[in-house]
Design a protein around this ligand. Structure first.
Ligand SMILES: NC(=O)c1ccc[n+]([C@@H]2O[C@H](COP(=O)([O-])OP(=O)(O)OC[C@H]3O[C@@H](n4cnc5c(N)ncnc54)[C@H](O)[C@@H]3O)[C@@H](O)[C@H]2O)c1
Length: 353
């Protein structure tokens, strides 16, 4: 049976981003946006879309051949009753359509990243998805790229001993918008450990200082999606994650007996094994056959819907990444203090796109 899909938020990631992906990259494989992804995935059909901007809605739907169009996502959910919903609104406008979709009885959600911009919204989304026990997959999608899958299989094979730490960076990128991707990739390569505590120093974007806003209900916000100066995340199993000055969503996995380095957001990998203290040798990294991560996510979601299996992404994976980002803000606001997770006070937010 073909499932009915709908998209809420008809912008770049919903589809037109495919026009921007013109560079030669080992893992950025089209289709990348949600609409072309649904078109390339068997067992699902995109039948409806919603955007608050009527002009944008119509031009987007004309381009992607979507018949049923709504400026109110509530009407879409009520009239179309989709099986699968993509929520590709900006992060600050995510929680309401996502929770409404879950509560309307959809069978699966594909949400973009960052999931949301406040801890209160995170808690609403987590409790709605838990209550319905439906699968959810996430736009922080590197764990569905074949390069990262190959890196994970290489680490699992034990060539370098057990992973101990991940170093990541996204120079010029922001915490919620950009680091959400590489934090998720690092978690995947480390085996999805639980975060225990976070310390962070953040800054504004470009020349701007990062403003801190205290609100009436004791909440605290930063006035933009911040850049990360440095951050340390303590994880269970004695693992660590450090955000530092690596460029381009680079990642380095430090293992007992060597280092695996990913360059340029999975463009290329290099491996060095340590045989003795001053005796290091390069190891070959396996070739990989790239495919669309977006289609891989959709296939994972459909499999979970049909078989009741869990997805590679999923609610716990999404929640961990978001808890870390909010704890970074809390730590920065408190002068870099160590913040234990889960945070019991839930008033952190970020003014973001
Ligand atoms: N996974 C990725 O690689 C990737 C890449 C780009 C963007 N994104 C994410 O996708 C999301 C959207 O980004 P974008 O660049 O496509 O933005 P965009 O501005 O191009 O599109 C967002 C659309 O959502 C609409 N919208 C806003 N509020 C809405 C609401 N309540 N109901 C319905 N529609 C609403 C806007 O009118 C707009 O058309 C962001 O969270 C962004 O971080 C992910």
């Amino acid at each position: 049976m073909t499932l009915k899909a709908a998209i809420i938020g008809c912008g770049r990631m919903a589809g037109t981003i495919d026009d921007e992906i013109t560079y030669d990259h080992a893992d950025f494989i089209l289709p990348y946006g949600h609409a072309p992804g649904y078109a390339a995935t068997e067992g699902v059909e995109l039948v409806a879309a919603s955007d608050i901007d009527a002009d944008r809605l119509n031009s987007w739907c004309d381009r992607f051949n979507v018949e049923e169009r709504f400026t109110d996502h509530g009407q879409l959910l009520e009239q179309v009753k989709p099986d699968v919903v993509s929520v590709t609104t900006p992060a600050h406008a995510r929680a309401n359509p996502l929770v409404d979709a879950v509560e309307s009885g959809v069978r699966g959600i594909y949400t973009e990243k960052a999931l949301c911009t406040s801890q209160l919204d995170l808690d609403r989304i987590v409790s709605a998805v838990r209550a319905r026990e439906i699968p959810i997959v996430y736009g922080a999608m590197r764990r569905y790229w074949t390069g990262f899958e190959t890196a994970r299989a290489f680490l699992d094979a034990g060539h370098l001993g057990a992973p101990q730490a991940a170093l990541i960076g996204a120079a010029g990128g922001s915490a919620f918008h950009t680091h959400s991707h590489i934090i998720d990739a690092a978690f995947y390569l480390l085996g999805d450990p639980e975060p225990l505590a976070v310390q962070a120093t953040l800054t504004g974007r470009g020349e701007d200082e990062l403003g801190i806003v205290h609100s009436e209900n004791d909440g605290v916000a930063v006035d933009t999606d911040p850049a990360i100066v440095c951050a340390h995340v303590e994880l269970d199993n004695n693992l660590r994650l450090t955000c530092t000055d690596l460029p381009s969503l680079d990642i380095e996995i430090v293992c007992e007996n060597g280092v695996l380095r990913g360059y340029g957001d999975s463009s290329r990998y290099a491996v060095m094994r340590r045989n003795a203290r001053y005796d290091w040798e390069p190891l070959p990294f396996p070739d990989w056959q790239a495919r669309s991560g977006t289609v891989a996510i959709m296939e994972d979601l459909l499999r979970a819907i049909h078989d009741g299996t869990s997805t590679r992404s999923g609610l716990d994976v999404i929640r961990r990444g978001m808890e870390i980002l909010f704890a970074m803000v809390a730590s920065h606001v408190q002068g870099g203090r160590r913040i234990e997770l889960p945070m019991t006070e839930r008033g952190v937010s970020v003014h973001s796109h």
